[in-house]
Design a protein. Structure first.
Length: 244
């Protein structure tokens, strides 16, 4: 796939915004790609994955893009599945980054509802307190405090209302595992070696279930691999793009 013919749709995770993709936007724009990174922080509650998929398609329309390689990180991966199900003609390729196809269990749903309530009461600091320590690898925490600070800054820029809406929307999302064997677009699965939220074993299962999917495990990266190891992530995505 030639860069000048490629549109990349970057779908951010929770409770982040498109700012988390700043490195990737610069890298792939420099290669000649058209890069679209919509803000999925909706405040209408619950903000479902279908709602966010519609928002992403509207961003593609605004950019004049008929199709895109969809890159979804964590919650963005859930949105990517919704987009593929609802708007398959818009998806030229799929990169699933530190994410999963399964729905939340009852404990997970309860945790999201609790976080939603706390975010409405305390604002984004509730998400920082609950999540930041789980997102990063030990290597990042020890050697790259700047990454933690940048992640915290982006999280704090998200309103408590948007955090609550997304948390409730994720709690409602359906299980997408049944659709995996039917995916026919080129697919890349990326995971941080030290991801404690969606670990490598889960990513391998995801890649195995999708016909022809490639898997890349990024060393010394946790769940927030795209920010912890941006050079390695960008190289993996660029190499895969060249071969599809």
């Amino acid at each position: 796939m030639k860069p000048e013919e490629t549109t990349i749709l970057l779908l951010h995770g929770f409770p982040f915004g498109p700012e988390m993709w700043s490195r990737q936007r610069a890298t792939f724009a420099a290669k000649g790609c058209r890069v679209v990174a919509p803000d999925l922080r909706l405040e209408t509650s619950p903000a479902t994955m279908d709602d966010m998929a519609a928002e992403a398609v509207a961003a593609l329309d605004a950019a004049g893009a008929r199709q895109a390689v969809v890159v979804g990180f964590s919650m963005g991966g859930y949105v990517a599945f919704a987009l593929l199900e609802r708007y398959p003609e818009r998806v030229a390729g799929l990169a699933l980054v530190d994410t999963r196809a399964e729905a939340d269990g009852e404990e997970g749903k309860a945790g999201r509802r609790k976080l939603a309530a706390e975010a409405l009461e305390r604002g984004p600091q509730a998400a920082v307190d609950a999540m930041l320590g789980k997102l990063l690898s030990p290597a990042t925490r020890e050697r790259r405090p700047d990454v933690a600070e940048e992640a915290k800054r982006i999280m704090l820029s998200t309103s408590g209302k948007a955090i609550a809406a997304a948390a409730l929307g994720m709690a409602e999302r359906p299980d997408r595992t049944a659709m995996l064997s039917g995916i026919r677009v080129p697919t890349l699965v990326v995971v941080g070696e030290d991801d404690a939220i969606t670990p490598p074993a889960l990513a391998r299962g995801l890649a195995d279930a999708i016909p022809g999917a490639a898997l890349r495990v990024l060393p010394e990266a946790g769940h927030l691999a795209v920010m912890e190891r941006p050079e390695a992530f960008d190289e993996a995505l660029a190499a895969w793009l060249e071969n599809i």
